[in-house]
Design a protein around this ligand. Sequence first.
Ligand SMILES: Nc1ncnc2c1ncn2[C@@H]1O[C@H](COP(=O)(O)OP(=O)(O)OP(=O)(O)O)[C@@H](O)[C@H]1O
Ligand SMILES: [Mg+2]
Length: 243
Amino acid sequence: MSMTAKATEQDIVLEARDVHRSFQLLRNRVHVLRGVDLAVGRGEAVSIMGASGAGKSTLLHVLGGLDRPTRGAVRIEEHDLFGMSAARRTEFRSRSIGFVFQAYHLLPELDVLENVLLPAMRHMNWVGQAGRYRAKAADLLEQVGLKERAAHRPMELSGGEQQRVALARALMNDPQIVLADEPTGNLDSETGEMILNHLFALTRDRGHTLILVTHNEAVAERCDRTLHMLDGRIGEAGALPAP
Ligand SMILES: Nc1ncnc2c1ncn2[C@@H]1O[C@H](COP(=O)(O)OP(=O)(O)OP(=O)(O)O)[C@@H](O)[C@H]1O
Ligand SMILES: [Mg+2]
């Protein structure tokens, strides 16, 4: 029996089919993803769990078009993510997908507002638009409670504050899909809880799709479904044999 993870809703926004990814390390070939099938519905929040090294981050990068699978396909709405040119994929990714990483990945030389603005830079075609985008970035910062910190550098912020900036940045282009890789992994549980509240409020509660990698059972439980990575494949929570 194949362990296909199907969306509960008819309206599938993201679908991976037989996705493989292997890495060549010197003489060894490491086969990390070994035929991942999954489908995620519009507005769903799905968590992905699995042992360290199971391939969760690798999968997230492929789903978001940051890394190319060795084999298989990813479809986002009606678009074949790896069927398009690299330039088109970058453009598409920037408009449709928001990433939140465990390690924030903020640019230290930019202030907080500029970090949030980054994803929109490529879409600013004329100078007159800058004001509108800045207002939007400021609004997002307000929503994550950091309005007063707009002119600060990331270094001057706590971990939880930096992750809130990263969250605002991920949402700058109103992406249909947000991919979050252990967004609370580096935070204490109280701060993590706050980040998750913001994350859910800004994604699922507004009809956006969320795919969240986590090691934390309680975090996974806040999602609609939990998928498990094992042996390079994905299985639904109940579909795996008891450990
Ligand atoms: N660019 C790469 N080159 C070589 N090997 C890689 C690369 N990226 C990932 N791997 C390997 O793929 C495997 C899965 O890595 P991945 O980061 O996806 O795991 P993970 O499930 O996210 O683990 P963790 O929970 O620790 O974050 C690991 O064995 C890793 O060494
Ligand atoms: Mg990882």
